[in-house]
Write a protein that binds this ligand. Structure first.
Ligand code: DAT
Length: 189
């Protein structure tokens, strides 16, 4: 674990894999931990500027603007300090949930959890959300292509990445138990 007394955890994965549900339960189970839903933060801060044909691309641009990052950093792939969350992250005790993971500063996280869901399970979950067929197909394809898993591998040390299956409620419960157990081991909670 980094120099923080309390760790930060990132929970990432394709939309619908269970990031928010898992992050909420982990934060509930660990006294003093906060669930940071980055997607909601962006919305709350009314940062959804204009529509772009590619929503994923659009949300990255918006997020970069919010975090005070220069646009060219997206192209060069360099990491920068993310001012908005920096203080909070330096304290530790955050369970951050977001569907991409490659632009946060690497030093923020002690554990990066990538949730994985089988296509035939992910598809109806996204249908229930009312996503369009196009959007469901894009997300399922993203899962098949291991896009988020690859991003995580490129952005964080292998030893802090956990790829966890999130197909069922027993999976969900086991994942929450495993993550909280690790945090308790680190902190002696
Ligand atoms: P995400 O935040 O990754 O978009 P979510 O937490 O909102 O996903 O979950 C999407 C839906 O699937 C929601 O209705 C809860 C359900 N769900 C999440 N994880 C699950 C799991 N492991 N097993 C069964 N259902 C799950």
């Amino acid at each position: 674990m980094a120099e923080r007394k309390v760790p930060n955890i990132l929970i990432t994965g394709t939309p619908g894999t269970g990031k928010t549900t898992t992050a909420e339960k982990v934060a509930e189970a660990l006294a003093g931990f906060t669930h940071v839903n980055v997607g909601d933060l962006v919305k709350t801060k009314s940062l959804h500027a204009g529509k772009h044909e590619d929503e994923e691309f659009d949300s990255k641009v918006v997020l970069f603007q919010w975090l005070g990052l220069r646009w060219h950093s997206f192209h060069t792939g360099r990491r920068f300090d993310c001012d908005e969350l920096e203080d909070q992250m330096s304290q530790g005790g955050n369970v951050v949930d977001f569907h991409t993971c490659d632009f946060f500063p690497e030093r923020w996280f002690d554990l990066v959890v990538v949730l994985r869901t089988d296509n035939d399970i992910l598809y109806p979950r996204l249908e229930k959300r009312g996503y369009s067929t196009k959007k469901i197909q894009e997300n399922v394809e993203c899962e098949i292509m291991c896009v988020v898993a690859e991003e995580a591998r490129e952005s964080y040390k292998e030893e802090i990445i956990w790829m966890l299956q999130s197909n069922s409620i027993p999976d969900l419960e086991a994942n929450v138990a495993r993550i909280t157990h690790q945090v308790k081991q680190w902190t002696g909670m």
